[in-house]
Design a binder for this molecule. Structure first.
Ligand code: SAH
Length: 462
């Protein structure tokens, strides 16, 4: 680390910006936001920059740079298009021991601007010391995704309450109190947008603080999507980072699992067809038990937890036991596979509706409303339909669906191993066997499948 990150208080300090164009304006915006008073010197200054300067009670000097201007300022930025001027500003500032930044010239800087993630009073700077600003910006985008917008309100609440907490609690108890504030119900309420309730909970706890209550457990029922980790929601990722323990099953891809907090305990409760490694009742009970031990329990599921995921049964038990939980939707296999295979699920020319159907055999049988399913103008998506594929195809044909209706099997959709096998109702059972299609695979039936050839696109996971 060559550059030490510091948080500089520029409130009411005068900052000199040499230059009046768009680069100068960018820096001016940042400094103005942090409460600095701006002095801008340049023969020409954009209207936007002039406005910014006025908003800080600063001044615009329509003239060339002169070193005397450095006498009244605490910070210096050179942002002109003339390398000579920039160099002179840097040399002058350094000879006066003033911190100076020359835009895009790290060798002339005594400090650089990090990429900034801002949430109210909270600021995170990511610095590469000028060596890889684009990488720093990419990391910033990742941080943006991890921090809920509500965390700004939490930081603001903490700032408002700081003195009150200081007055109410001796130093030895304060840290414990703040830890509870930031990890318990106060944070949960405020981050969810309910600042008033959060503040009330904080005040109530402060009045009678006996030390941290035992942590209260909760369950996050999270949809992990069909495979590609890029398809996770921001909220899923945030909760995955907070969990103490994770229960996951076979459909959760390794790439998704890798994003769970490193030191979280991992429990595999996967199911294979005909072989339930952990019976559903035991999973339900385990969720209750772990939460009652005060743990933050992540129940991570493939796709969406409410689509053929038995998510409803799991939270039913939690609700009965009075355990707080939240459900985070995920991209279901149908959406993921369809997109990544270039098969729109509805299309004006082919399908006005789409049905998600379980193809799971019960005692070798599939009890489905075949006549309805065979009617035209819809797309059928069968989950768990590989073993029953022959039955599905023959039943649809028997109930009037044309045998040449196109069918796609999407194997391991959205992952780097995705395969798409296309045929029709007649040919697909044999094709599936010949191509040795394996689970997880999704069956898509209908006219929309004919678009696959034309609409398939470059899959970034491949
Ligand atoms: N809750 C899940 C579905 C669970 S049922 C969701 O919303 O996606 C399991 C079935 O989903 C599998 O048998 C398979 O048909 C389908 N499936 C899940 N992930 C898949 C993937 N990556 N590619 C193809 N099919 C998938």
């Amino acid at each position: 680390m060559r550059y030490l990150p510091l948080a500089f208080d520029v409130q009411d300090n005068s900052c000199l910006i040499v230059g009046g164009g768009s680069v100068a304006t960018r820096k001016a915006r940042l400094l103005a936001k942090a409460g600095a008073r701006l002095v801008v010197v340049a023969p020409q200054v954009s209207a936007e920059l002039q406005q910014l300067v006025a908003s800080t009670d600063g001044e615009v000097l329509f003239q060339q740079y002169r070193s005397e201007l450095l006498q009244q300022v605490q910070l210096v930025i050179a942002a002109t298009a003339d390398p000579e001027v920039n160099r002179t500003v840097s040399v002058d500032a350094q000879s006066r021991r003033l911190p100076v930044n020359v835009v895009d010239s790290p060798e002339l800087c005594t400090f650089t601007f990090p990429a900034i993630v801002e949430r109210g009073p909270l600021a995170i700077g990511i610095s590469s010391g000028g060596s890889a600003p684009v990488l720093a910006r990419r990391i910033r985008a990742q941080m943006e995704a991890l921090l809920s917008p509500g965390i700004a309100s939490l930081a603001e609440l903490a700032a408002r309450m700081r003195e009150e907490v200081k007055a109410a609690l001796p130093e030895a108890k304060r840290k414990d109190f703040w830890q509870w504030v930031f990890s318990g119900p106060v944070a949960a309420k405020v981050e969810a947008g309910n600042v008033v309730d959060g503040e009330n909970a904080l005040l109530a706890a402060l009045q009678n603080w006996q030390g941290s209550p035992a942590p209260s457990g909760e369950v996050y029922l999270v949809g992990g999507g069909p495979g590609d980790p890029d398809l996770l929601t921001f909220r899923a990722l945030r909760l995955m980072q907070q969990a103490d323990v994770v229960l996951y099953d076979r459909l959760v891809s390794p790439g998704v699992l890798e994003l769970v907090r490193r030191d979280a305990e991992r429990i595999y409760v996967g199911k294979k067809k005909e072989f339930h490694s952990v019976p559903q009742d035991d999973i339900n009970q385990l969720l209750v038990d772990l939460a009652q031990q005060g743990k933050k329990v992540l129940r991570l599921k493939g796709g969406d937890p409410f689509i053929f995921g038995r998510g409803g049964e799991e939270i039913d038990k939690l609700a009965e036991a009075g355990i707080p939980f939240q459900v985070v939707p995920g991209i279901t296999a149908a959406s993921g596979c369809a997109s990544y295979a270039g098969i729109p699920l509805t299309h004006r020319d082919h399908a006005q509706s789409v049905r998600f159907i379980t193809g799971h055999l019960k005692q070798g049988e599939l009890d489905l409303p075949w006549r309805e399913l065979a009617s035209p103008g819809q797309t059928l998506v069968f989950y768990m339909g590989l073993t029953g594929l022959q039955t599905i195809c023959s039943q649809l044909i028997a109930h009037g669906m044309p045998a040449h209706t196109p069918v796609a099997l999407v194997e391991k959709g959205t992952t780097s191993e995705q395969r798409v096998v296309v045929g029709d109702l007649n040919s697909i059972p044999q094709l599936a066997e010949a191509e040795a299609v394996e689970a997880p695979a999704l069956t898509i039936i209908g006219g929309v499948v004919s678009l696959h050839e034309k609409l398939q696109w470059y899959n970034p996971a491949k």
